[in-house]
Design a protein around this ligand. Sequence first.
Ligand code: HEC
Length: 128
Amino acid sequence: MNKKLSIILSLALVFFLFQSSVSSAKDPMPAKFKYTKKVDELIHSKCYGCHSAEGRSDKAKKALMWDDIPKMTGADQAHILEEILDVTEERSMPPKGMVERKPELKLTDKEVATFQKWAKKMSKRVSK
Ligand code: HEC
């Protein structure tokens, strides 16, 4: 084989191997669970006060910690998404007492739809 050609070919091979090792090292198991920007903003304005390390209610923290969801197994994510679908559909979250004190926390129709669309899409994705 022509020497120059064989050098080019081996360089190409090295480059190819390097590329594939980089991409597999970076992303061994692609994170499927994601918050969209809209959902993230909603969570922060309407849910995060209770369901995060900042929250004061242990009951709320035990029921749901937004920051922990991405680290859960697919089955647990599917389960919590199911609960999120339920509470947003029934509008049982934020809790009634809280909404009475702070009506601005109540979910609007549009916000419920945003949660529902996202949670349904995510449920499908995480249970694949
Ligand atoms: C004022 C505090 C507070 C806010 C704000 C709040 N929650 Fe909760 N949440 C709780 C508490 C307390 C529980 C535990 C209820 C129980 O055990 O009966 C809970 C439980 C849950 C659960 C578990 C299912 C259940 O019924 O136990 C989900 C899902 C949930 N919340 C979603 C949300 C979402 C989505 C939002 C924002 C739209 C939100 N929460 C806002 C206090 C809050």
